[in-house]
Design a protein around this ligand. Structure first.
Ligand code: CA
Length: 362
């Protein structure tokens, strides 16, 4: 709008001076009115509450803020490409945008996992601090530049649940032999315990549990797990989500497509992603407890806490495997690991006397 008014004033000024509109002015005005029609693919089932709606919300905000100059059509998992093909589709420029989670791409580079969640790592609040003010986003951009991608933080679920089981977990031995859907570094920890970790998209979990392809699963938390009906295929619901304490979701944009956008549209995309990043966490925070009550009170779900000794052992293994997860020969991977660990050390020290002290006192 501002640009349009500036262009108009310029035109009027030129007209008032009796001169002709220069070619350069005409070109700038034409560029600013260009309409971009983009596509966004996602790893989420279409219309899944929360994260499945987040990409639609980004598209809606971008359209409104750009006055219709950037229109994004959103496709759910499997509509254009499969959920696990989002990274490649955007990287290759098949589509301009994608929404998902970086740890799904650990096969491309294990360091991607640091930009979703590390077991016993950062909470949502802490993750946002690292990404937006602790150097995390710059490192993420450097990593994704190798794939012609520009990433943005675009949602967080807060602390997840440890998952759904059909037997009680009283010791690490109880996880032995289980086949569980658990992506990222959490999956590697689970494998160390003698289980089999499967990384599958959310939309395949219910049927896989129902048909016995997997014995256990983690997904998100009550709000999303209730929507999937996971209480129909498992009895015990364990907390806390040690494997994903504050998973960051991503908006990825193809670098060549990004470079075609004028600066105001770039700012609009960035700010729409930031708005959704904050809003999604607020939505999960507001909705999780009602969903948990429904699971427990109406569906008879057995809510269980993982025993302290199990959590302690999981933490020891997690730290060992997180350190091993990065490619030691890669200078970038080392810098990502060191930045994350140093930031975590600092933020945990302060949160001991702020967040934890307050929650314990409340
Ligand atoms: Ca999860």
């Amino acid at each position: 709008m501002l640009l349009r008014m500036t262009a108009l004033i310029l035109t009027l000024t030129v007209a008032a001076c009796g001169g002709e509109q220069t070619a350069a002015t005409a070109g700038a005005a034409a560029t600013s009115q260009e309409v971009y029609k983009w596509s966004m693919v996602t790893t989420w089932p279409k219309n899944l509450p929360g994260m499945g709606i987040a990409p639609e919300t980004i598209a809606k905000k971008v359209k409104e803020m750009s006055n219709g100059r950037l229109v994004i059509k959103v496709y759910g998992a499997g509509e254009v490409v499969g959920p696990m093909e989002v990274f490649d589709a955007v990287s290759l420029g098949t589509v301009q945008m994608g929404h998902g989670a970086a740890y799904y791409w650990k096969g491309k580079d294990p360091a991607t996992q640091f930009f979703t969640a590390v077991p016993f790592g950062l909470t949502a609040q802490e993750m946002n601090g690292w990404l937006l003010h602790g150097g995390g986003l710059e490192l993420w951009r450097e990593l994704y530049a190798q794939y012609d991608l520009v990433p943005f933080p675009a949602g967080n679920t807060g602390v997840q649940m440890a998952g759904w089981f059909n037997k009680e977990i009283n010791s690490l031995d109880d996880m032995k032999g289980l086949k569980m859907r658990i992506p990222g570094l959490g999956g590697e920890v689970f494998e160390r315990l003698g289980g089999t970790a499967v990384s599958m998209a959310g939309g395949d979990i219910y049927t896989s549990m129902q048909t016995g392809v997997i014995d256990a699963t983690e997904w998100v938390g009550p709000y999303n797990d209730l929507a999937f009906g996971l209480h129909q295929v498992a009895k015990y619901y364990y907390y806390p989500g040690w494997q994903e304490p504050g998973p960051n979701l991503e908006l990825i944009v193809n670098k060549d497509a990004w470079d075609t956008l004028p600066d105001d549209l770039k700012a609009i995309v960035e700010n729409a992603a930031l708005a959704v990043n904050a809003d999604l966490l607020a939505e999960y925070t507001a909705r999780n407890n009602a969903a948990l009550r429904e699971l427990v009170d109406e569906h008879g779900v057995q809510l269980r806490r993982l025993p302290d000794d199990v959590l302690k052992e999981l933490q020891v293994i997690s730290e060992e495997l997180t350190a091993k997860a990065i490619d030691r020969d890669s200078d970038l991977a080392r810098r990502i690991y060191e930045s994350f660990k140093q930031y975590q050390k600092d933020v945990v020290a302060y949160h001991e006397i702020s967040e934890r002290a307050y929650i314990n006192a409340r």
